[in-house]
Design a protein. Structure first.
Ligand SMILES: NC(=O)c1ccc[n+]([C@@H]2O[C@H](COP(=O)([O-])OP(=O)(O)OC[C@H]3O[C@@H](n4cnc5c(N)ncnc54)[C@H](OP(=O)(O)O)[C@@H]3O)[C@@H](O)[C@H]2O)c1
Length: 323
Protein backbone atom coordinates (compact mmCIF):
# COMPACT_ATOMS: atom_id res chain seq x y z
CA UNK A 1 0.00 0.00 0.00
CA UNK A 2 1.39 3.41 -0.91
CA UNK A 3 0.09 6.14 1.36
CA UNK A 4 -3.42 5.45 0.15
CA UNK A 5 -5.61 4.98 3.23
CA UNK A 6 -7.87 7.70 4.56
CA UNK A 7 -6.13 10.55 6.37
CA UNK A 8 -7.05 10.64 10.04
CA UNK A 9 -5.17 13.56 11.55
CA UNK A 10 -7.41 14.55 14.43
CA UNK A 11 -6.86 14.25 18.14
CA UNK A 12 -10.05 12.15 18.44
CA UNK A 13 -8.36 9.45 16.44
CA UNK A 14 -5.78 8.12 18.90
CA UNK A 15 -2.95 5.98 17.63
CA UNK A 16 -3.35 2.37 18.72
CA UNK A 17 -1.53 0.12 16.22
CA UNK A 18 2.21 0.57 16.63
CA UNK A 19 5.20 -1.12 15.07
CA UNK A 20 8.53 -0.64 16.85
CA UNK A 21 11.51 -0.41 14.48
CA UNK A 22 14.85 -0.85 16.27
CA UNK A 23 15.12 -3.38 19.07
CA UNK A 24 18.29 -2.37 20.85
CA UNK A 25 18.74 -1.71 24.56
CA UNK A 26 15.89 0.85 24.52
CA UNK A 27 13.61 -0.36 21.73
CA UNK A 28 13.10 -3.84 23.19
CA UNK A 29 11.69 -2.79 26.56
CA UNK A 30 9.64 -0.03 24.90
CA UNK A 31 8.08 -2.63 22.59
CA UNK A 32 7.30 -4.85 25.58
CA UNK A 33 5.48 -2.00 27.31
CA UNK A 34 3.48 -1.13 24.20
CA UNK A 35 2.51 -4.79 23.96
CA UNK A 36 1.43 -4.82 27.61
CA UNK A 37 -0.90 -1.92 26.85
CA UNK A 38 -2.35 -3.68 23.79
CA UNK A 39 -0.84 -1.12 21.41
CA UNK A 40 1.75 -3.19 19.51
CA UNK A 41 1.02 -5.00 16.26
CA UNK A 42 4.59 -5.88 15.27
CA UNK A 43 8.33 -5.33 15.57
CA UNK A 44 11.14 -4.88 13.07
CA UNK A 45 14.91 -4.79 13.43
CA UNK A 46 17.86 -4.63 11.03
CA UNK A 47 19.23 -7.85 12.51
CA UNK A 48 16.17 -9.99 11.89
CA UNK A 49 16.89 -12.53 14.65
CA UNK A 50 16.17 -9.96 17.37
CA UNK A 51 12.76 -9.19 15.89
CA UNK A 52 11.92 -12.87 15.51
CA UNK A 53 12.89 -13.56 19.13
CA UNK A 54 10.75 -10.71 20.49
CA UNK A 55 7.85 -11.58 18.19
CA UNK A 56 7.92 -15.10 19.62
CA UNK A 57 8.28 -13.90 23.22
CA UNK A 58 5.26 -11.60 22.88
CA UNK A 59 3.19 -13.93 20.69
CA UNK A 60 2.86 -11.31 17.94
CA UNK A 61 1.24 -12.37 14.65
CA UNK A 62 3.27 -13.19 11.55
CA UNK A 63 3.11 -10.77 8.64
CA UNK A 64 4.02 -12.12 5.19
CA UNK A 65 6.14 -9.05 4.34
CA UNK A 66 7.05 -5.51 5.38
CA UNK A 67 4.38 -3.97 3.15
CA UNK A 68 1.62 -5.82 5.03
CA UNK A 69 3.10 -5.09 8.46
CA UNK A 70 3.61 -1.35 7.97
CA UNK A 71 0.40 -0.72 6.04
CA UNK A 72 -1.60 -2.05 9.02
CA UNK A 73 0.14 0.23 11.50
CA UNK A 74 -1.11 3.71 12.35
CA UNK A 75 2.29 4.59 13.82
CA UNK A 76 5.89 3.40 13.76
CA UNK A 77 8.05 4.03 16.79
CA UNK A 78 11.64 4.21 15.55
CA UNK A 79 14.57 3.70 17.93
CA UNK A 80 17.82 3.40 15.97
CA UNK A 81 21.33 4.65 16.53
CA UNK A 82 22.07 7.79 14.48
CA UNK A 83 20.89 10.26 11.80
CA UNK A 84 21.81 8.21 8.72
CA UNK A 85 20.33 5.05 10.22
CA UNK A 86 17.04 6.84 10.85
CA UNK A 87 16.97 8.31 7.34
CA UNK A 88 17.57 4.86 5.82
CA UNK A 89 14.79 3.32 7.92
CA UNK A 90 12.33 6.09 7.06
CA UNK A 91 13.13 5.70 3.34
CA UNK A 92 12.45 1.97 3.61
CA UNK A 93 9.14 2.10 5.47
CA UNK A 94 7.48 5.23 4.06
CA UNK A 95 6.19 3.64 0.84
CA UNK A 96 4.24 1.12 2.92
CA UNK A 97 2.62 3.57 5.34
CA UNK A 98 -0.99 4.67 5.12
CA UNK A 99 -1.67 8.38 4.76
CA UNK A 100 -2.29 10.00 8.13
CA UNK A 101 -0.02 7.57 9.92
CA UNK A 102 2.75 8.82 12.16
CA UNK A 103 6.44 8.10 12.59
CA UNK A 104 7.40 8.71 16.23
CA UNK A 105 11.16 8.85 16.36
CA UNK A 106 12.66 8.21 19.79
CA UNK A 107 16.29 8.04 18.60
CA UNK A 108 18.68 10.87 19.38
CA UNK A 109 19.45 12.66 16.10
CA UNK A 110 20.09 16.26 15.11
CA UNK A 111 17.25 18.80 15.15
CA UNK A 112 17.99 19.41 11.42
CA UNK A 113 17.39 15.76 10.56
CA UNK A 114 14.12 15.87 12.49
CA UNK A 115 12.97 19.00 10.66
CA UNK A 116 13.99 17.65 7.21
CA UNK A 117 12.19 14.35 7.78
CA UNK A 118 9.07 16.10 9.09
CA UNK A 119 8.93 18.34 5.99
CA UNK A 120 9.56 15.51 3.50
CA UNK A 121 7.06 13.20 5.12
CA UNK A 122 4.39 15.88 5.34
CA UNK A 123 4.46 16.11 1.53
CA UNK A 124 3.72 12.38 1.44
CA UNK A 125 0.82 12.59 3.90
CA UNK A 126 2.78 11.12 6.81
CA UNK A 127 3.26 12.89 10.14
CA UNK A 128 6.55 12.87 12.02
CA UNK A 129 7.23 13.56 15.70
CA UNK A 130 10.76 13.91 17.05
CA UNK A 131 10.44 12.32 20.48
CA UNK A 132 13.84 11.68 22.04
CA UNK A 133 13.76 10.27 25.52
CA UNK A 134 15.68 10.22 28.76
CA UNK A 135 15.66 7.74 31.63
CA UNK A 136 18.03 4.98 30.49
CA UNK A 137 17.34 1.28 30.08
CA UNK A 138 15.88 1.24 33.60
CA UNK A 139 13.34 3.91 32.63
CA UNK A 140 12.55 2.05 29.41
CA UNK A 141 11.89 -1.18 31.30
CA UNK A 142 9.65 0.49 33.87
CA UNK A 143 7.74 2.55 31.31
CA UNK A 144 9.09 5.60 33.11
CA UNK A 145 10.86 7.49 30.32
CA UNK A 146 10.74 11.25 29.89
CA UNK A 147 9.86 12.20 26.29
CA UNK A 148 10.57 15.63 24.81
CA UNK A 149 8.47 15.97 21.69
CA UNK A 150 8.59 18.24 18.67
CA UNK A 151 6.03 18.44 15.84
CA UNK A 152 2.38 19.08 15.18
CA UNK A 153 0.46 19.43 18.45
CA UNK A 154 -2.60 17.60 17.20
CA UNK A 155 -0.45 14.65 16.16
CA UNK A 156 1.18 14.76 19.58
CA UNK A 157 -2.29 14.47 21.16
CA UNK A 158 -3.13 11.50 18.94
CA UNK A 159 0.03 9.78 20.20
CA UNK A 160 -0.83 10.24 23.89
CA UNK A 161 -1.59 6.55 24.62
CA UNK A 162 1.55 5.41 22.81
CA UNK A 163 3.75 7.74 24.87
CA UNK A 164 1.91 6.89 28.10
CA UNK A 165 2.71 3.20 27.61
CA UNK A 166 6.44 3.96 27.49
CA UNK A 167 6.91 7.00 29.69
CA UNK A 168 5.62 8.99 32.63
CA UNK A 169 6.74 12.48 31.62
CA UNK A 170 5.63 13.45 28.13
CA UNK A 171 6.20 17.04 27.14
CA UNK A 172 5.44 18.82 23.89
CA UNK A 173 8.36 21.20 23.30
CA UNK A 174 7.07 22.96 20.17
CA UNK A 175 7.55 22.61 16.43
CA UNK A 176 9.59 19.90 14.65
CA UNK A 177 13.18 19.74 15.90
CA UNK A 178 12.41 21.22 19.32
CA UNK A 179 12.29 17.77 20.94
CA UNK A 180 15.80 17.07 19.69
CA UNK A 181 16.93 20.57 20.68
CA UNK A 182 15.81 19.80 24.25
CA UNK A 183 17.57 16.45 24.11
CA UNK A 184 20.85 18.18 23.18
CA UNK A 185 20.61 20.23 26.37
CA UNK A 186 19.90 16.99 28.27
CA UNK A 187 22.99 15.35 26.77
CA UNK A 188 25.29 18.20 27.80
CA UNK A 189 24.06 17.63 31.36
CA UNK A 190 24.42 13.84 31.07
CA UNK A 191 28.00 14.25 29.84
CA UNK A 192 28.90 16.76 32.55
CA UNK A 193 27.39 14.64 35.32
CA UNK A 194 29.25 11.56 34.04
CA UNK A 195 32.50 13.54 34.03
CA UNK A 196 31.92 14.78 37.58
CA UNK A 197 30.83 11.42 39.05
CA UNK A 198 33.55 9.36 37.32
CA UNK A 199 36.26 11.82 38.34
CA UNK A 200 35.02 11.97 41.95
CA UNK A 201 34.73 8.18 42.27
CA UNK A 202 38.26 7.70 40.90
CA UNK A 203 39.28 10.12 43.67
CA UNK A 204 37.31 8.03 46.19
CA UNK A 205 39.10 4.85 45.11
CA UNK A 206 42.49 6.54 45.43
CA UNK A 207 41.47 7.76 48.91
CA UNK A 208 40.84 4.11 49.88
CA UNK A 209 37.31 4.92 51.02
CA UNK A 210 34.67 2.26 51.59
CA UNK A 211 32.84 3.06 48.38
CA UNK A 212 29.63 1.20 49.30
CA UNK A 213 29.25 3.39 52.35
CA UNK A 214 30.30 6.43 50.37
CA UNK A 215 27.60 5.95 47.72
CA UNK A 216 25.02 5.38 50.44
CA UNK A 217 25.88 8.64 52.15
CA UNK A 218 26.29 10.68 48.97
CA UNK A 219 23.00 9.56 47.45
CA UNK A 220 21.26 10.85 50.58
CA UNK A 221 22.72 14.32 50.15
CA UNK A 222 23.06 17.22 47.74
CA UNK A 223 25.42 15.34 45.39
CA UNK A 224 22.80 12.71 44.57
CA UNK A 225 21.92 12.13 40.93
CA UNK A 226 20.55 9.41 38.62
CA UNK A 227 23.97 8.44 37.28
CA UNK A 228 25.54 8.01 40.73
CA UNK A 229 22.56 5.95 41.91
CA UNK A 230 22.34 3.70 38.86
CA UNK A 231 25.99 3.40 37.80
CA UNK A 232 28.07 4.24 40.91
CA UNK A 233 28.34 0.70 42.28
CA UNK A 234 28.72 -0.99 38.89
CA UNK A 235 31.53 1.26 37.65
CA UNK A 236 33.50 0.63 40.86
CA UNK A 237 33.22 -3.09 40.12
CA UNK A 238 34.39 -2.49 36.53
CA UNK A 239 30.99 -3.53 35.17
CA UNK A 240 30.22 -1.48 32.10
CA UNK A 241 27.84 -3.78 30.19
CA UNK A 242 24.49 -2.23 31.20
CA UNK A 243 23.16 1.01 29.86
CA UNK A 244 24.07 3.67 27.35
CA UNK A 245 26.89 2.88 24.92
CA UNK A 246 29.56 5.54 25.11
CA UNK A 247 29.81 5.61 21.30
CA UNK A 248 26.18 6.84 21.34
CA UNK A 249 26.99 9.68 23.74
CA UNK A 250 29.96 10.56 21.52
CA UNK A 251 27.51 10.76 18.59
CA UNK A 252 25.19 12.98 20.65
CA UNK A 253 28.03 15.28 21.68
CA UNK A 254 29.02 15.71 18.02
CA UNK A 255 25.48 16.92 17.34
CA UNK A 256 25.68 19.22 20.40
CA UNK A 257 29.00 20.58 19.14
CA UNK A 258 27.59 21.52 15.72
CA UNK A 259 24.52 23.08 17.33
CA UNK A 260 26.64 25.16 19.71
CA UNK A 261 29.02 26.14 16.89
CA UNK A 262 26.08 27.62 15.01
CA UNK A 263 25.62 29.92 18.01
CA UNK A 264 29.29 30.90 17.61
CA UNK A 265 30.21 29.28 20.92
CA UNK A 266 32.05 26.32 22.40
CA UNK A 267 31.17 24.37 25.55
CA UNK A 268 33.99 22.80 27.59
CA UNK A 269 31.86 19.80 28.67
CA UNK A 270 31.19 18.93 25.02
CA UNK A 271 34.83 19.30 23.95
CA UNK A 272 36.11 17.23 26.87
CA UNK A 273 33.48 14.54 26.34
CA UNK A 274 34.29 14.21 22.64
CA UNK A 275 37.99 13.91 23.39
CA UNK A 276 37.61 11.38 26.19
CA UNK A 277 34.90 9.17 24.67
CA UNK A 278 36.83 9.33 21.37
CA UNK A 279 39.89 7.96 23.17
CA UNK A 280 37.87 5.15 24.77
CA UNK A 281 36.34 4.25 21.39
CA UNK A 282 39.80 4.09 19.84
CA UNK A 283 40.85 1.72 22.60
CA UNK A 284 37.96 -0.65 21.84
CA UNK A 285 35.51 0.38 24.58
CA UNK A 286 32.85 1.97 22.35
CA UNK A 287 30.10 -0.51 23.25
CA UNK A 288 30.57 -0.02 27.00
CA UNK A 289 28.35 2.17 29.17
CA UNK A 290 29.37 5.83 29.56
CA UNK A 291 30.50 5.08 33.14
CA UNK A 292 33.59 3.43 31.56
CA UNK A 293 34.92 6.99 31.60
CA UNK A 294 36.30 6.16 35.05
CA UNK A 295 38.96 4.10 33.24
CA UNK A 296 40.54 7.34 32.05
CA UNK A 297 40.24 9.20 35.35
CA UNK A 298 42.01 6.50 37.30
CA UNK A 299 45.22 7.56 35.59
CA UNK A 300 44.96 10.99 37.28
CA UNK A 301 45.57 9.08 40.50
CA UNK A 302 48.23 6.83 38.95
CA UNK A 303 46.01 3.79 39.45
CA UNK A 304 45.14 1.15 36.86
CA UNK A 305 44.19 2.98 33.65
CA UNK A 306 42.52 0.05 31.89
CA UNK A 307 41.58 -2.79 34.22
CA UNK A 308 40.19 -5.79 32.39
CA UNK A 309 40.39 -6.75 28.74
CA UNK A 310 38.94 -4.50 26.03
CA UNK A 311 35.72 -6.05 24.77
CA UNK A 312 35.17 -7.12 21.18
CA UNK A 313 34.28 -3.76 19.63
CA UNK A 314 31.76 -5.47 17.32
CA UNK A 315 29.88 -7.13 20.14
CA UNK A 316 26.50 -5.62 21.04
CA UNK A 317 25.32 -5.34 24.63
CA UNK A 318 23.63 -8.65 25.19
CA UNK A 319 19.98 -9.11 26.13
CA UNK A 320 21.14 -10.52 29.45
CA UNK A 321 23.06 -7.39 30.37
CA UNK A 322 20.61 -4.82 29.11
CA UNK A 323 17.18 -6.00 30.10
N1 LIG B 1 20.63 3.44 25.92
C1 LIG B 1 20.18 4.55 26.51
O1 LIG B 1 20.27 4.70 27.74
C2 LIG B 1 19.52 5.64 25.69
C3 LIG B 1 18.79 6.61 26.36
C4 LIG B 1 18.17 7.62 25.63
C5 LIG B 1 18.30 7.66 24.25
N2 LIG B 1 19.04 6.71 23.60
C6 LIG B 1 19.10 6.80 22.12
O2 LIG B 1 18.21 5.82 21.60
C7 LIG B 1 18.74 5.27 20.38
C8 LIG B 1 18.91 3.76 20.53
O3 LIG B 1 19.78 3.52 21.63
P1 LIG B 1 20.05 2.04 22.18
O4 LIG B 1 20.76 2.21 23.48
O5 LIG B 1 18.81 1.22 22.11
O6 LIG B 1 21.10 1.54 21.09
P2 LIG B 1 21.53 0.05 20.68
O7 LIG B 1 21.28 -0.89 21.80
O8 LIG B 1 22.89 0.18 20.12
O9 LIG B 1 20.51 -0.30 19.49
C9 LIG B 1 20.60 0.37 18.28
C10 LIG B 1 19.46 -0.09 17.39
O10 LIG B 1 19.56 0.63 16.14
C11 LIG B 1 19.56 -0.31 15.08
N3 LIG B 1 20.31 0.24 13.95
C12 LIG B 1 21.54 0.77 13.96
N4 LIG B 1 21.89 1.16 12.71
C13 LIG B 1 20.84 0.86 11.90
C14 LIG B 1 20.59 1.01 10.51
N5 LIG B 1 21.49 1.57 9.70
N6 LIG B 1 19.40 0.58 10.02
C15 LIG B 1 18.48 0.01 10.85
N7 LIG B 1 18.67 -0.16 12.18
C16 LIG B 1 19.83 0.26 12.70
C17 LIG B 1 20.21 -1.53 15.67
O11 LIG B 1 19.93 -2.67 14.87
P3 LIG B 1 20.82 -4.03 15.02
O12 LIG B 1 20.20 -4.79 16.14
O13 LIG B 1 20.70 -4.66 13.71
O14 LIG B 1 22.23 -3.58 15.33
C18 LIG B 1 19.53 -1.56 17.04
O15 LIG B 1 18.22 -2.08 16.94
C19 LIG B 1 20.04 6.03 20.12
O16 LIG B 1 19.81 7.11 19.27
C20 LIG B 1 20.45 6.50 21.52
O17 LIG B 1 21.29 7.64 21.44
C21 LIG B 1 19.63 5.69 24.28
Amino acid sequence: MTNSAQPSADSHNPLRRAVVYGLGAMGRPMARNLHQHGLLIGVKNRTAGKAQALQKELGLPDFPDDATLFSQADCVVTCVAADDDLKAVVRKITPHLAAGSVIIDTSTVSPETARELAEDLKKQGIEFLDAPMSGGVEGARKGALSFMVGGDKNTFKRARDIFAAMGNQITWMGKSGQGQAAKMVNQVMVAGIAQAVCEALAFAEASKLNTDKLIEVLTAGAANNWFLEKRGHSMLKNEFGTGFKLSLLHKDLSICQSTVKRLDAELPIIEQGLREYGELMQKGYGDEDISALIRLYRRIFHTDEHPGTPPDSNANLSEATTT
